[in-house]
Ligand binder design. Structure first.
Ligand SMILES: [Mg+2]
Length: 248
């Protein structure tokens, strides 16, 4: 049976600069600065997964196409779900069919995202706020405490799905989440089993629908509705834990 390995990128497969350790390999450069890393063990583990015909490795990220394309992995995945699953890349090209499917859902909610953009544009502590690739609203704050405080305030002011991830807040069209997208991909690509890995609540929809969910802490595990949740063990690094669990 073919397995779909749906893997979030930031803070899941990719190590952010602030958590970099000796020997980590740079996977992303932004404005001349090294931004994201993979662990020293990741290249060999990823090669093994890529050479297994029974596994499809599918990066699933909220990143835009431009942000995704900055990442240089030691293997080139054939497919990737970007923009929180609402766009599918196949061999680097956007799928029109995928786009049309999700555009129908997104269009209904875009006017509200545009209104919120205007409303929150001048909010104190916001360092960036924009609509990503015409699909969802995103805001970054100066720190995670400010984001968390604002999240509590904003949550009651929208009909969109709102998610907090570190110092970022996302307003997402209901029905256009990572879980819906991963499920649709599995169905259309003959995958009978889904293993999903993610580190934040924005990943929950895909962790919930997976047969096996890989998470970094018990807090996220408690929120996850998957029947087989595996939590990172003490001392291990999350990317290595994920990649080592794929073959089990
Ligand atoms: Mg993440």
């Amino acid at each position: 049976m073919r397995t779909l390995f749906a893997c979030d990128l930031d803070n899941t497969l990719l190590v952010p600069g602030r958590e970099r350790r000796d020997g980590d390999i740079c996977a992303e450069v932004l404005n001349g600065k090294e931004q994201s890393f993979i662990t020293p063990a990741a290249p060999v583990l990823m090669q093994k997964i890529m050479h297994d015909d029974d596994i499809i490795f599918l990066p699933v990220t909220t990143r835009s196409k431009e942000q995704y394309e900055r990442i240089k992995l030691p293997v080139i995945p054939r497919y990737a779900l970007i923009c929180n699953g609402t766009a599918l890349l196949r061999d680097g090209e956007l799928s029109d069919e995928w786009e049309e499917h999700f555009d129908g859902i997104i269009k209904k909610h875009l006017p509200e995202a545009e209104q919120l953009l205007e409303k929150y544009r001048e909010t104190q502590g916001v360092t960036s706020i924009r609509i990503v690739d015409g699909k969802f609203l995103f805001a970054a704050f100066r720190d995670s405490d400010t984001a968390s405080e604002k999240f509590a305030e904003f949550a009651g002011e929208t009909t969109l799905d709102i998610a907090l991830s570190g110092r970022k807040i996302y307003w997402l069209p209901p029905g256009a989440d990572k879980g819906t997208a991963v499920k649709r991909f599995a169905e259309t690509h003959g995958c009978g089993r889904i293993i999903a890995a993610g580190d934040s609540t924005i990943d929950l929809p895909m962790l919930d629908i997976a047969d096996t969910a890989l998470v970094p802490d018990s807090g996220l595990a408690e929120k996850c509705r998957c029947g087989d949740v595996r939590v990172l063990c003490d001392g291990a690094r999350f990317p290595d834990f994920i990649l080592e669990n794929i073959k089990d």
